[in-house]
Design a protein around this ligand. Structure first.
Ligand SMILES: C[S@@+](CC[C@H](N)C(=O)[O-])C[C@H]1O[C@@H](n2cnc3c(N)ncnc32)[C@H](O)[C@@H]1O
Length: 275
C-alpha cells in the first residue's frame, strides 16, 4: 500500500506490469470457469485490484466485479468498466456482507496481505461453493543469452536491494486455518521484452526496491540513477532484452466436511504444476 503507492502510479511502470498480469489472467479466467465458480453469473471481488487490470478482464466473465484496493490513489487511476465497481478497503477487513461472492481473486497482491485475516474474510464473504483464485507473476532475474545479467541481479542488485523477508506467495497454513485447501495449482513461464529504461522502470516497482525507498534507505531518483548507470553495459541503448517471468496460479476451495469427498484436492495439477 504505502510502499507501493508512489511507483505503481508511474504510468510507464504500470503498462509493463499490466502486460504481465494479462498473461496471468488468461490462466486465472479459464481455471475459474473450469471450476464452475458461477460462470457468467458470477459475483466477483478482486482484492488488491490496483488500477483494475484483472478486474476489468474479469468483468468479461462475471455479472459484476467489485474491485477493492487499500490505496485510494490506485483506485483513482483505475480503468473503469460497465459492471466493475471500485472501492477503497483492505483485504484483512473486507467491507462486504457474508456470502456475497462466488469468486475472490488476488493478482500479484497476496504477498502484501495478512493472509490469516484475508483468508478468514474470504471464508466469510464467499458462498460455500466459492473459489479463491490467487496468481502471482515473478521476475526470474534471467535475461535470454546473458548470464552476466543474472549475476548482476543476484550480486549487484541483490546485495543492494535484498529480498524483503516475510513476504509469502501463498501461505497454505493461513488458508487451511480458514478452511481452504488448494484445489488446483499451476505455473507457466512467459517472456517480456524490455529496453533498459523499461527494465529500470519495472525494477523500481519490485518489492525489494520499494522496501528500500519506503524505509528511507533510498530515493526514487537515486535508485533510477543507479539503475541507469548499471544497465548501460548490460543492456546498451537500442537493445531490447527478453526477460523470463514465471506466473504461479492457485485455486482454493473450502475443505469438504468430514465424510464428504471432493475431487482435485491437492491432487493432479498441484503435484504436477511445479509451483
Ligand atoms: C501489483 S498491485 C495489484 C495489481 C492488480 N491486481 C491488477 O490486476 O492490476 C498490488 C496492489 O495491492 C494493494 N494492496 C497491498 N496491500 C493491500 C491490502 N492489505 N489490502 C488491499 N490492497 C492492498 C496495493 O495498493 C496495490 O495496488
Amino acid at each position: 500500500m504505502t510502499i507501493l503507492r508512489n511507483l505503481w502510479n508511474d504510468e510507464q511502470g504500470q503498462d509493463l506490469i499490466e502486460y504481465t498480469l494479462l498473461m496471468a489472467f488468461v490462466a486465472l479466467a479459464s481455471a475459474a470457469l473450469f471450476l464452475g465458480a458461477g460462470g457468467s453469473n458470477a459475483l466477483v471481488v478482486a482484492v488488491g485490484c490496483g488500477t483494475g487490470q484483472s478486474a476489468t478482464a474479469l468483468a468479461a466473465i462475471a455479472e459484476r466485479v467489485t474491485a477493492l484496493d487499500a490505496s485510494a490513489e490506485m483506485i483513482a487511476r483505475a480503468a473503469g468498466g460497465a459492471n466493475v465497481e471500485y472501492k477503497v478497503g483492505v483485504a484483512e477487513q473486507l467491507p462486504f456482507a457474508a456470502g456475497e461472492f462466488d469468486l475472490v481473486t488476488a493478482g500479484s497482491a497476496l504477498h502484501w496481505f495478512d493472509q490469516r485475516r484475508f483468508f478468514g474474510e474470504c471464508r466469510r464473504v464467499l458462498l460455500a461453493c466459492g473459489v479463491v483464485a490467487v496468481y502471482n507473476d515473478h521476475f526470474t532475474t534471467h535475461m535470454e543469452g546473458s548470464p552476466a545479467f543474472h549475476r548482476w541481479m543476484r550480486v549487484g542488485y541483490g546485495n543492494r536491494y535484498p529480498p524483503v523477508r516475510g513476504l509469502k506467495d501463498l501461505d497454505r497454513e493461513a488458508a487451511a486455518a480458514a478452511g481452504f485447501q488448494v484445489a488446483q495449482a499451476t505455473s507457466f513461464n512467459h517472456v517480456v521484452r524490455l529496453s533498459a529504461s523499461e527494465l529500470s522502470t519495472y525494477l523500481l516497482t519490485r518489492s525489494t526496491t520499494l522496501a528500500a525507498i519506503h524505509t528511507g534507505r533510498a530515493t526514487v531518483d537515486g535508485v533510477a540513477e543507479w539503475l541507469g548507470q548499471e544497465l548501460r553495459e548490460l543492456l546498451p541503448d537500442g537493445v531490447v532484452g527478453a526477460f523470463l517471468f514465471k506466473c504461479n496460479v492457485w485455486l482454493l476451495r473450502r475443505r469438504p466436511a468430514v465424510g464428504q469427498t471432493q475431487g482435485g484436492e491437492d491432487e493432479g495439477w498441484d503435484r504436477a504444476g511445479g509451483t
